[in-house]
Design a protein around this ligand. Structure first.
Ligand code: GAP
Length: 439
């Protein structure tokens, strides 16, 4: 059953709340716009996304190392990077009834409020960085910022890393962590949030090889979405920025865009940042940030290719890819057809009833699967069909049911999410059979 595109986001938002993926933050106090909490399945999904990214970008490579830099850094970092001067959006305010604020560059008509039709103020630049104070005195000397991107950590620690671990250009530094942006307009659920989780990698290369590396990373990142997360390749495209769209630091950027119900939108940016950042930090800090090539004895500031994405947009992509409804014997079955790599629960183990004699074999089966898969144990009893439907809604590929026959034949039933087909398997062969089915 094809779900109409204009209803998809609404259905996903409802499912995320109902099944413990995403809640509005501090909801009992009325929430806070564009801040969210992630429930048990949302938390697992986010961790899984992060782990799969880290595995591909760091662990399976020998040319990328990791970093965790602090969220609050010396404010000079943001002066040098251009964020204090330039990380802003043009803001206009409705001077009519509703007093709503808008991003001027997103309005079709710059003179009329899209909500109430009232006149709009002249645009003024609004800096998106959140400010705070370090220490007990709230004066201008103590002002600091919550980082708006994780990337600057990699640039300011570049020298530390080159001097302390064995890395040679070309190499990358990867980081995952929270970033904060006081976005003016927020919409489309977690597509644009004010507290986000970024996954960024700065790949340092010899100037002159940057175009080649840029093309490499665009291709590699598209491969990751398709092969590792199971995203349909036809729903993704790489869109090179026009010259007038480029960020102040970029020579070339390709956005990896997804075909969202509200139109094509950026999920990841792959930018050629040139030596902009290292040069800026070298000038502001007066530290030599050049790299000495040990083979050629040449000294230079490396160029940087940066693939950067957010966990939240990746989550929406996975939910949109997975969401489906179908008619089963006159009832609507809602199912998340998550790829096996990303499903928050990969195997659910359930005794058919709460009767004591089924608990021991069910726990035995759980013990076999726990070290291998993300599992859930459901001992609630009750209608098995309804329990399967619950697992369908959170996207569990396999349910393993222990019933009264198990006590005699030492076998269990594997029920598959997409086909709903069931297969009887001896407990002794269960791990092997699941391994085949997950392959
Ligand atoms: N260091 C480069 C950088 O931060 P960006 O295009 O501003 O570039 C990179 O952000 C990625 O971070 C985006 O592609 C998007 O996935 C995510 N992102 C940025 N702002 C976001 C927001 N307000 N809400 C959710 N995700 C956001």
């Amino acid at each position: 059953m094809t779900v109409p595109r204009d209803q998809l986001m609404e259905k996903i938002v409802a499912l995320c709340k109902r099944r413990g993926f995403v809640y509005p933050s501090s909801e009992i106090y009325g929430g806070l716009a564009a801040f969210y909490d992630y429930g048990p399945y949302g938390t697992t999904l986010r961790r899984t996304i992060r782990n799969l990214w880290w595995r591909s970008m760091v662990e399976l490579r020998d040319d990328v190392v990791g970093l965790e830099s602090s969220i609050i850094m010396n404010p000079q970092v943001w002066v040098a990077s251009g964020h204090v001067g330039g990380f802003s959006d043009p803001l206009v305010q409705c001077l009519g009834e509703c007093k709503e604020r808008w991003r001027a560059d997103q309005l079709a008509d710059m003179h009329r409020c899209p909500k109430c039709g009232g006149p709009l103020s002249e645009p003024r630049q609004f800096n998106l960085m959140f400010k705070t104070y370090v220490g007990p005195v709230e004066d201008s000397a103590a002002v600091a910022y919550l980082r708006p991107e994780t990337a600057q950590g990699m640039f300011v620690d570049f020298k530390n890393i080159v001097n302390s671990v064995r890395v040679r250009v070309p190499f990358g530094i990867a980081q995952q962590g929270r970033s904060f942006r006081n976005e003016i307009t927020v919409q489309n659920f977690i597509f644009r949030v004010r507290e986000l989780e970024q996954m960024e990698m700065e790949f340092f290369v010899r100037p002159g090889t940057d175009d080649e590396w840029h093309a490499y990373w665009v291709k590699e990142r598209l491969r990751w979405f398709a092969e590792v997360l199971g995203v349909d390749a036809s729903h993704l495209r790489a869109r090179p920025h026009d010259k007038d769209e480029l960020s102040h630091y970029s020579k070339a950027t390709s956005d990896l865009e997804y075909d969202f119900p509200f139109g094509w939108g950026e999920v990841e940016g792959v930018a050629n940042r040139t030596d902009f950042d290292l040069r800026a930090h070298q000038e502001h800090s007066h530290e030599d940030l050049t790299y000495l090539d040990p083979e050629t004895n040449e000294r230079y500031l490396p160029y940087v290719i940066e693939p950067a994405l957010g966990v939240e947009r990746t989550m929406i992509v996975l939910l949109l890819e997975a969401y489906d409804e179908e008619d089963v014997r006159g009832e609507t079955r809602v199912v998340l057809r998550f790829h096996r790599n990303v499903a928050p629960v990969q195997a659910a183990v359930m005794p058919l009833s709460k009767k004591q004699e089924l608990i021991a074999p069910a726990r035995e089966v759980l013990g076999l699967l726990k070290p291998l898969y993300r599992t859930e144990y459901d001992q609630t009893g009750g209608n098995i069909g309804r329990r399967y439907r619950r697992q369908d809604e959170i996207g569990t590929p396999f349910c393993i049911t222990v019933d009264f026959d198990t006590l005699n034949d030492r076998a269990v039933t594997i029920r598959e999410r997409d086909s709903m087909e069931q297969e009887r398997v001896p407990i002794a062969g269960l791990v092997e059979r699941l391994r085949e089915r997950f392959a």
